[in-house]
Design a protein around this ligand. Structure first.
Ligand SMILES: Nc1nc2c(ncn2[C@@H]2O[C@H](COP(=O)(O)OP(=O)(O)OP(=O)(O)O)[C@@H](O)[C@H]2O)c(=O)[nH]1
Length: 203
């Protein structure tokens, strides 16, 4: 499988590039890349200012010109295009604690169940930016973007998406579930993530 990190956002609520915020001495995007390297054939970054990430030594592509900067859906469209692979795992660059075990689980479900997408959900909230997607959804994304429908929820209503809840996953993965889905939007979120990181490292 290929892992695709979406890093083409504006981080306007954070006020600085979320992907580069350090946690435990490492940027979030680097943490994600390192976490997924052991299980990925390739890690690809989709970012609109690619040179920012040169030091990561990964493949970096901007959104396709047709949809540049049109939100995460544009990043997924581009990721599917460049990965040229049936099964892709997408991860937002603002999820510092994503887990490869859960990523593997999502991809396995995608392969075994034959659906178009496998998406985690926690406490009534779906997290489509840590999800496994089949290449065949690409025409649906294109149609939505051409019609100005940028919300992930539109796409998930149109394709055959399997939503996974905590109780669906093997028990040994359930501990990781909650923090794995955590994404950071504001400085307050970042502060909480730093505290969480310090606390788990004290255990
Ligand atoms: N490739 C690509 N990724 C995007 C785009 N917009 C958002 N993302 C990524 O999608 C994820 C979620 O982004 P959001 O938090 O919704 O948006 P954001 O622009 O990063 O942040 P805000 O400006 O605060 O809304 C992050 O990993 C972003 O980098 C885009 O237009 N292209």
């Amino acid at each position: 499988m290929k892992t695709i990190i979406l890093a083409g956002g504006k981080s306007s609520r954070m006020g600085k590039n979320k992907a580069l915020l350090p946690i435990g001495g490492k940027s979030i995007i680097k943490r994600i890349a390192e976490e997924f390297t052991p299980i990925s054939e390739e890690i690809i970054i989709i970012a609109n200012i690619p040179e920012i990430y040169n030091e990561l030594d990964l493949s970096i592509f901007p959104d396709v010109p047709e949809f540049r900067g049109e939100g995460p859906l544009a990043g997924i469209y581009t990721g599917i295009d460049v990965a040229d692979e049936d099964f892709c795992l997408f991860i937002a660059c603002d999820m510092p604690f994503v887990s490869r075990k859960i990523g593997e689980y999502l991809i396995r479900e995608l392969k075994n169940s034959g659906v178009d997408a496998v998406i985690p959900s926690h406490q009534g909230r779906v997290h489509p930016l840590f999800g496994a997607y089949h290449k065949r959804i690409q025409p649906f994304i294109k149609e939505n973007l051409l019609n100005g429908k940028r919300k992930m929820s539109h796409l998930l209503n149109e394709v055959n998406a399997k939503i996974i809840e905590k109780q669906d996953i093997p028990e040994e993965l359930q501990v990781e579930w909650e923090y794995c889905l955590w994404n950071l939007n504001t400085l307050e979120d970042y502060q909480k993530a730093l505290e969480f990181y310090q606390n788990i490292n004290k255990l």
